[in-house]
Design a protein around this ligand. Structure first.
Ligand SMILES: C[S@@+](CC[C@H](N)C(=O)[O-])C[C@H]1O[C@@H](n2cnc3c(N)ncnc32)[C@H](O)[C@@H]1O
Length: 318
């Protein structure tokens, strides 16, 4: 039986309150933003996954199917990652009703992790933000609701995803700038940014992002450990030009190595950052302060998880 339209009305607020109770949302302002943006608009169809005998197997949920509507809504407003693309095809094409296999290439990240990242991004009124990895558009909607659409730019390498995200955002009266581009280039057209957040993982920080960040601005990126196989979300702060270098310890600045600190474990994980390509000698340095563990985001499509370019297909703009 399908739910009446009003049944979903307070679900965003209930999810926001649950995330606040768990500590994923720490501030009132983000609680209110999560309560105000309906996730269901961004995930009309998705798959969940589990590991079966054939590897990762997907199960499709479609909000338009009356028989699935309640289960679909329950998942939309749970702390679950929802897969929206498999093998670079819309999930409803790649995964039949009976299930399917393949590589997830886009998803709506679990709201709890989204909340932790948005809190860690530490945005303030008037900040300009660039998001790498538009995906469904839900994170861009949260940012636009928080800062105003004119302060938000979001890019994705996949034109189908950006077109859908733009339509959904418009439907909610939000109009952040949405562009189709290889996010490793950032988006110089709206730079400089106070904050850059990457929702796809990269093995190193593309230097374009550093160049497009204001001095004192921050970059929050999911760095996939090319050598260690580990994932983390270090947060980099672009230091003023000419800032001194002190490569050891938290909060130090230097080209590398830097020592991001895990928010959850408190362990310091030395790693090299922004060393490929190396910044020019006169470039400003930046330092990593802290990050948080856990990741469910897709790897950068052009770098892949190992840092080597994996694709030069038409998806990459010339
Ligand atoms: C976890 S999803 C993003 C979730 C999204 N922020 C949301 O709220 O739905 C990661 C996205 O990164 C995109 N992506 C992967 N490599 C990219 C690249 N080189 N440049 C831009 N976007 C990329 C994928 O197409 C995918 O949509």
């Amino acid at each position: 039986m399908s739910s009446p339209p009003s049944a979903s009305a307070n679900r965003p607020a209930r999810l926001a309150d649950a995330l606040r109770a768990k500590g994923d949302i720490r501030t009132r302002v983000w609680r209110d933003v999560f309560a105000a943006v309906p996730r269901e608009v961004f995930v009309p169809c998705f798959a969940t996954h589990e590991t079966g005998p054939r590897g990762t197997e997907y199960r499709l949920y479609e909000g338009t199917d009356p028989a699935q509507r309640d289960a679909w809504l329950d998942l939309v407003y749970s702390d679950t990652t929802l897969i929206t693309q498999v093998d670079e095809r819309p999930v409803e094409e790649a995964v039949t009703a009976g299930g399917g296999v393949g590589q997830a290439t886009s998803s709506s990240t679990a709201p709890g992790l989204m909340a932790r990242l948005l809190e860690a991004l530490d945005v303030h009124d008037g900040h300009d933000v660039l998001e790498i990895g538009t995906g469904t558009g839900f994170n861009a909607a949260l940012l636009a609701r928080r800062l105003g659409s004119e302060h938000v730019t979001t890019v994705d390498i996949d034109a189908d995803l950006t077109a859908k995200a733009r339509r959904r955002l418009t439907g909610l009266g939000l109009a952040p700038a949405v562009h189709t581009v290889d996010g490793r280039r950032g988006w110089p057209g709206s730079a400089p940014y106070d904050r850059i957040i990457a929702t796809c993982s990269v093995p190193y920080l593309p230097y374009a992002w550093v160049e497009q960040t204001r001095e004192g601005g921050r970059i929050l990126a999911n760095i996939a450990g090319a050598s260690t196989g580990r994932w983390s979300w270090p947060r980099f702060v672009r230091a003023p030009r000419g800032a001194g270098s002190s490569p050891s310890g938290r909060g130090s600045c230097g080209h590398a190595p830097v020592s991001p600190r895990s928010v959850t474990s408190g362990r310091s994980t030395p790693r090299r950052a922004a060393t490929r390509p190396p910044p020019p000698p006169s470039a400003p340095t930046f330092c990593a302060t802290r990050g948080s563990r856990s990741c469910c985001s897709s790897p950068c499509r052009t770098c892949g998880p190992t840092g080597r370019a994996t694709s030069t297909t038409a998806r990459s703009p010339a």
